[in-house]
Design a binder for this molecule. Structure first.
Ligand code: NDP
Length: 462
């Protein structure tokens, strides 16, 4: 049973106490919900992501690569073309003031702001169930509005309406103002990172255990507040699932429109790329509640790393294959299409089925009668099915899908394969962090599980 918390909780915006934050019943073991040890802002004792130097590196590298990838693979060239000419052209362009001045684009900034405002409004206006998140360190739970999927549908309808009124050519705005849109999203990411950082110093704000080192740059980057909110509007989950993911799909559609405008048709390769990305976005938003158990939500703070990842990195770099195909159309034919589809289905099957097995299991269901092992912590661990093959089968499926998104671009450039390479690094690092967290959560039981399931991501290899 869930009780409404009676005293107000400061520091989570103007949270109306009892409206979205609840106190769970004491269990026999108060340690289980951490209430006995609760401290709002415990001092973090170690750095991740290379500490302040790593934070500075990522803070610089993400904008740089977002612009660079945005400029790459346009009609004026894509590596290797040869490489030295490619880099010298880029370097020359960066030495001109018009390049730097061109990064700011007032029209694009208004369009981006309008987009962001729409998604916020949709969160507020569109209907959705309110559900509880997991128990926090102080024993309370936050509630979250679930209307991401209907926001996606409404956004596509709105986009289609705008195209019907303004004409198909209006979609070319995206291609022509790409760098300006990147800048606008970066400004939004920086602004939000500062907002949540300053907000996190309000009394009683629950900090992420890893986000309060006392080093301002690092804490701003990694995220000091665990669940920054404005009223019941949860800034972290909102950004994780809505503005960036939906925009990614809309940008893809605009890139397909650009190809159509240039060659009078949309190639099979472009259809596949857009379709694959669409499936991924639809899947994520349809399963919105699943993110509430992910470490980004349960453990990590919200700082520049997540804001820029959600708002700039995902929409403007994950669709690089579509950007390439807009400038360099490719035809795959029936055989090529079938081959690429097969790779994608394999990845999607592993990804969806393994995530489904775990979500069902964590929600008290076990339709496949999978075996599991009990732990002292109370939550059992699956030991058969996908989770008996390796400790992160969902990452494996995700990686196979990532490769299938690139195959339609062919092999003329390595650049379109940027995403799976980056994603491999991200997921290996994430697997290390998760294994470390599980070793801490489960103690000796985790060692037993690791003996039973020794592979991390690729059965028998890693
Ligand atoms: P996972 O869904 O892999 O969850 C890890 C947690 O699952 C562990 O902390 C543990 O938590 C639980 N768990 C581990 N082993 C078992 C087991 N054998 N049985 C039952 N539960 C177990 O975490 P992620 O959030 O990293 O990934 C979710 C999805 O999101 C993945 O498919 C991933 O590929 C994708 N993703 C995509 C990204 C992108 O940019 N496209 C970025 C990051 C992730 P506990 O025991 O406490 O429940």
């Amino acid at each position: 049973m869930v009780l409404t918390r009676s005293r107000s909780i400061k520091g989570i915006g103007a949270v109306a106490a009892g409206e979205d934050r609840k106190l769970i019943e004491p269990t026999e073991d108060p340690e289980k919900i951490g209430r006995a040890k609760y401290e709002a802002a415990p001092r973090s004792l170690h750095y991740e992501f290379g500490g302040p130097i790593g934070a500075l590196g990522v803070t610089t590298a993400v904008p740089f690569f977002s612009y660079w990838l945005g400029n790459s693979c346009t009609a004026s060239g894509c590596p290797p073309m040869p490489l030295d000419r490619y880099f010298s052209q880029g370097w020359q362009a960066m030495q001109t003031s018009s390049y730097w001045l061109g990064l700011w684009d007032t029209q694009a900034a208004y369009v981006y702001l309008g987009w962001y405002a729409w998604v916020v409004l949709a969160w507020y206006l569109l209907p959705g169930k309110w559900i509880d998140g997991g128990a926090l360190r102080d024993g309370t739970k936050l509630t979250y509005k679930q209307n991401a999927f209907v926001t996606l549908l409404a956004s596509i309808a709105l986009w289609a309406g705008a195209v019907a009124v303004l004409g198909a050519d209006s979609m070319l705005f995206v291609y022509d103002h790409w760098q300006g849109l990147v800048t606008a999203s970066l400004v939004m990411s920086v602004a939000q990172a500062f907002f949540v950082h300053f907000q996190s110093f309000r009394e009683d704000t629950m900090c992420a255990e890893g986000g309060n080192t006392g080093n301002a740059l690092y804490d701003w980057f990694i995220g000091r507040a665990l669940n920054p909110r404005i009223g019941s509007f949860d800034i972290k989950t909102f950004n994780e699932i809505r503005p960036g993911l939906i925009l990614w799909l809309l940008l893809d559609l605009a890139l397909a429109a650009k190809q159509y405008a240039d060659i009078g048709r949309v190639t099979d390769s472009m259809v596949l790329v857009v379709l694959f990305h669409a499936v991924y976005v639809f899947d994520a938003l349809y399963n919105e509640a699943a993110i509430l158990t992910q470490m980004d939500i349960t453990t990590d703070g919200f700082g520049f790393m997540l804001s820029v990842g959600d708002l700039t990195w995902v929409p403007f770099t994950y669709g690089l294959q579509a950007k390439y195909l807009a400038a360099f159309p490719k035809d795959l034919g029936y055989l090529g299409t079938a081959g690429v589809l097969a790779v994608n289905f394999l990845g999607y099957w592993i990804f969806r089925d393994s995530n489904g097995e775990k979500n069902d299991f964590r929600n008290g269901k076990n339709p496949k009668n999978l075996t599991s092992m009990k732990t002292k912590r109370g939550t059992a661990l699956l030991t058969s099915g996908w989770w008996g093959l390796c400790r992160h089968p969902n990452y494996l499926g995700d990686l196979i899908m990532a490769v299938s998104w690139c195959l339609p671009t062919g092999f003329d450039t390595p650049l379109t394969y940027f995403y799976p390479v980056y994603f491999l690094i991200l997921l290996v690092h994430r697997q290390m962090r998760d294994d470390h967290a599980c070793a801490k959560k489960y103690g000796a039981d985790w060692d037993r599980y690791v003996k039973l399931v020794p592979s991390r991501i690729l059965p028998g290899v890693y």
